[in-house]
Design a protein around this ligand. Structure first.
Ligand code: AHR
Length: 527
């Protein structure tokens, strides 16, 4: 282009810049009575899922002690440091579909003596079994989390699961406890949660509800946690398989049986799986290079989570009005098309601002259902589906979804406070969505936390939040947004979607701020 061309382009840009008006802000009024307390927002709602799938474990967590990538006993230091900041309450492992083909004995003992097996759940790749039970527990301790172990009901037997739990949790000098000690771990591990099977209506063995129930009762009866420190209030919670579809027959069967259970078996939770797959199976939405139409359709689809939970809850309430059984959403998140050039069985996708907004909408839904939904695990932690972290050999990048989980840390174990607001409507083509969403909670120190999601990709929203029930003196917070709905953090540009400080003012007890288009904002309000 000659210099005249450059001049023309510059002039046009200046002209456009001076004539394109900034879109006027919409207004939203929120009203919060901080003295009204709802359910506890259980910290386990912010749990994660790490399946033996693709590079979720191998490469993502485990590089081995001889790797040039800085590690502690084979576990990546960069990943551990990043996850510690999220205060991950629990990690579900080893699957997923993988759990029902996993035989734990292949993953213990000296590294060189473990057999190689095929990961028939995910691409038939060779599994060295280097990352087994003791490595998982080491990882859990390094990140300061709790173990949620899924036992094999599909291709295993109750004895195998019972022995696995004994290996992990027995303090008495049984043969299995001595084997654990010989493997370097004399003290018993804590296992916070045990999942009895996974998607037993499909990849877990295509069972009928009645067949699964007969297995559930046996596993619940005979597979126990022997750790002396977990016999009281801290005991391991047993989680049964529930549906991955809106229909409620499976839930009905499990809850009906539970209502009649005797001393010999029990459960504490019912697992449900619900992914955001806007165009149906197989997942086809691109995880990069999409526009606002795809963005709006995906968010519309994710909001179905609320109805999905309501349907299951209505059945649970019938058999368990005291809400003893938790609804555990132990697989959720956006499932997009695999990235071009990757192994489709490895479920690799990018993670954009759209996914961050989707995460905040789901977390807010879970919090609104907190009296029944007391645990959830995003799928998945690293390099698989809607992950927190992406790695490529020595490189690591934190995704937009990671930052949402970080911003929501103050909501862990906080008390839900209802927020009244008129969300307004954002319309994109034929898709209509609420323009804003909001969540409030009080923490143990008495601070009020307010989250506001602006779904509208173009218009800022001026928020005025009237707060009663507490005197608010100051507010501060941060917001997550980016230039485009499909903005991502790349290894070469890791700070495209990162939280930044937001300006707020408190006038006469009222919080005033403007939230940017397509953003997630968290504010703390101190008395
Ligand atoms: O998260 C990927 C897979 O999705 C899990 O293995 C399975 O439980 C679900 O179908």
């Amino acid at each position: 282009m000659n210099s005249g061309g450059v001049r023309v382009v510059l002039c046009m840009s200046l002209l456009l810049a001076s004539t394109v008006p900034l879109l006027a802000a919409e207004n939203a009024h929120l009203s919060i009575d901080a003295s009204k307390a709802g359910a506890k927002i259980d910290r386990n709602l912010f749990g994660q899922f790490a399946e033996n799938l693709g590079h979720g474990l191998y490469g993502g967590i485990w590089v081995g002690p001889d790797s040039p990538i800085p590690n502690t006993r084979g576990i990546r230091n960069d990943v551990v440091a990043a996850l510690r900041a999220l205060k991950v309450p629990d990690v579900r492992w080893p699957g997923g579909c993988f759990a029902d083909q996993y035989h734990w004995r292949k993953g213990i003992g000296p590294a060189g003596q473990r057999p190689s097996t095929l990961n028939s759940a995910w691409g038939n790749v060779v599994d060295t079994n280097s990352f087994g039970t003791d490595e998982f527990m080491d990882f859990i301790q390094q990140i300061g989390s709790q173990a949620y172990v899924s036992v094999n009901v599909g291709s295993g037997i109750p004895q195998e699961a019972a022995e696995w739990l004994e290996y992990m949790t027995a303090a008495a000098p049984t043969a299995l406890a001595r084997e654990r000690a010989a493997n370097g771990h004399p003290d018993p591990y804590q296992v916070g949660f045990m999942g009895i099977g996974n998607e037993s209506w499909s990849c877990g063995g295509d069972m009928t509800a009645d067949y699964y129930l007969s297995q559930l009762k046996i596993y619940s009866r005979f597979v126990s946690n022997d750790n002396p420190s977990q016999q009281g209030p801290n005991q391991m919670l047993k989680i049964a398989v529930g549906p991955g579809f809106p229909e409620t027959d499976w839930t009905e069967a499990v809850m009906k049986a539970w209502q009649r259970h005797d001393w010999s078996w029990n459960i504490d939770g019912l697992s449900v799986h619900w992914y955001t797959v806007p165009n149906g199976w197989p997942p086809s939405t691109p995880s990069t290079g999409f526009g606002v139409d795809d963005y709006a359709k995906t968010l519309k689809s994710t909001l179905f989570m609320d109805e999905f939970l309501r349907k299951q809850e209505s059945v649970m309430d019938k058999y368990d009005p005291q809400k003893k059984i938790a609804l555990v959403v132990d697989e959720w998140g956006a499932w997009h098309a695999p990235l071009t050039g990757t192994n489709p069985s490895f479920l690799v996708q990018q993670n954009s601002l759209r996914d961050a907004i989707l995460a905040s909408l789901n977390l807010n839904i879970f919090a609104r259902h907190a009296d029944r939904v007391r645990m959830a695990n995003i799928a998945q932690m690293i390099n698989v589906l809607q992950s927190m972290i992406l790695t490529d050999n020595e490189k690591m990048v934190l995704t937009p979804t990671y930052y949402v989980f970080k911003m929501y840390v103050p909501f862990q174990d906080a008390t839900y406070v209802p927020v009244a607001f008129d969300a307004g409507t954002y319309t994109q083509g034929s898709t209509s969505l609420p323009r804003v969403d909001a969540l409030a909670a009080r923490d143990a120190a008495g601070r009020l936390w307010l989250e506001i999601t602006n779904l509208d990709p173009e218009k800022p929203v001026k928020i005025d939040a009237e707060i009663t029930g507490m005197t608010v003196e100051s507010a501060k917070g941060e917001t997550l947004t980016a230039p485009a709905v499909d903005s991502v953090n790349a290894f070469t540009a890791p700070d495209t979607v990162v939280p930044k400080a937001v300006s707020t003012s408190v006038i006469g007890g009222k919080l005033v701020l403007t939230v940017e288009p397509k953003s997630v904002t968290v504010i703390s309000l101190a008395p």
